[in-house]
Design a protein around this ligand. Structure first.
Ligand code: UTP
Length: 407
């Protein structure tokens, strides 16, 4: 068994991963070998090479992307579109997926981010659940709820739901599935060890949802239930509207297969990704990638050219979910702090970023489609992010926004 993996490790210069093999128990040895066999070393080595390249963004043709402002629709048009969406939801063709596999490192909460209590006794999971329950009452239906966890937080998440009796949501309509993981590497491309017998892996980003849904049988379950449209949202927006009949109706009416709800960027410096057309395909540019001169560009009305912020409110037709799940979305490298075991077997506590983590992003799925619908909504009505422990986008700001809408 050891011989099988030795060759692979030598080929990729990763022999240190079995440096403590002799010290492990039989069970640990077996687990380590299995973990090594699961890893695609070729992929990791290519991803490492990518980290050395500078941004290819300059070669791309970038243009603004058009959107529809929901607040500029006439009353009649709004009603017409809402009715289209309502029909889909009330006929049981609508499901919701929540991406809850993130590490929530900025928030610093111990446990899955969804278990964070925004108000005493009221977790983010429960806030989302309340939103779905309201929709269920309105449409006289039970919307299936799929929750993506990571290998790291899955057990805690499921236990939390069990402990809270699923907040009264019918249990048979809630399904958990776990996303994939990728090893973390240091700046020399060496894969890190978490313990002497385990490689350090981290969740592979929220873009992993498409592939994970297929792998975990979620896509098949949706098909069986007759689902036609799936809303995919984040766990950390306390004002997330998970069953928006207008977004759904508008998307269907325009003959689109996917849509994203946007808000207008507060100012050119706000740290949000914005929509654009990249080589004619819908795309999101991360704030860190957007050159200053483009960030400040405004049209005749004074609106930012690149001002439609992606807030993880995305809708997909089941017809494209399968296709996207089979696509290989690009990985983005994030430089993070990671504790690891060094060559002497000592734990190294990272005090500054020292390792790459690879993540695919949900918005990269848009470029696999020719076009998507963008619907602009009002920030104060739809967006109360819980990202940081304090300051902007923190529990404090989210609480205030939530209370304003729910008083
Ligand atoms: P963020 O990109 O804000 O990451 O996730 P995060 O993990 O919550 O927080 P930080 O960056 O460590 O502080 C946006 C959404 O995507 C989900 C998160 O749970 C959140 O709903 N996500 C992120 C996943 O489901 N899986 C991932 O691998 C990463």
């Amino acid at each position: 068994m050891l011989e099988d993996v030795k060759e692979i490790l030598q080929k990729y210069g990763q022999e240190h991963l079995i440096g403590f093999y002799d010290e492990l128990t039989e069970k640990e040895k077996q687990n380590l070998i299995e973990q090594i066999k699961r890893i695609d070393f070729d992929k990791i080595s290519k991803l490492y090479e990518e980290t050395k390249k500078s941004n290819k963004f300059a070669e791309d043709k970038i243009e603004p992307m058009s959107y529809i402002d929901k607040n500029k629709l006439s009353k009649e048009e709004k009603k017409r579109l809402e009715e289209i969406g309502e029909k889909v939801i009330s006929s049981g063709q609508y499901a919701v997926a929540t991406m809850a596999g993130g590490q929530g490192s900025r928030l610093g909460h111990h446990g899955p981010k969804g278990t964070f209590e925004l108000f005493p006794g009221k977790s983010l999971f429960e806030i989302l659940c309340d939103n779905l329950k309201k929709a269920n009452n309105r449409y006289n239906i039970i919307i299936p709820w799929y929750i993506m966890t990571s290998k790291e937080n899955n057990d805690d998440t499921v236990k939390f739901f069990e402990g809270k009796n699923y907040f009264g949501y019918p249990k048979e309509y809630v399904k958990f599935f776990t996303q994939g993981e990728l090893p973390m590497i240091d700046t020399n491309g060496r894969i890190l060890l978490e313990t002497k017998g385990r490689i350090k892996e981290a969740a592979d980003g929220n873009g992993g949802i498409f592939n994970s849904m297929i792998r975990a049988g979620i896509y098949a379950d949706m098909k069986n239930r007759g689902i036609k449209w799936v809303f995919i949202g984040a766990i950390d927006n306390a004002l997330l509207n998970m069953a928006d009949s207008l977004l759904l109706g508008m998307t269907k009416d325009k003959g689109m297969f996917a849509a994203s709800k946007t808000i207008s960027k507060l100012n050119p410096q706000e740290r949000v990704g914005v929509f654009c057309k990249r080589n004619s395909k819908p795309s999101v540019i991360e704030y860190s990638e957007l050159p200053e001169e483009m960030a400040v560009m405004r049209d005749k009305e004074g609106e930012l050219f690149y001002g439609e912020a992606h807030i993880m409110c995305n809708l997909f037709s089941i017809d494209v979910l399968d296709k996207i799940g089979k696509e290989k979305l690009p990985y983005h490298a994030a430089f993070k702090k990671a504790n690891y075991i060094d060559k002497n077997g000592e734990v190294v506590e990272a005090t500054k970023p020292n390792a790459y983590k690879f993540e695919s992003f949900i918005f990269d799925a848009f470029s696999t489609l020719d076009d998507i619908l963008l619907m602009r909504a009002k920030r104060e009505e739809e967006f109360a992010p819980v990202k940081n422990a304090t300051g902007t986008d923190s529990p404090e700001t989210a609480r205030e926004l939530y209370l304003k809408q729910n008083m």
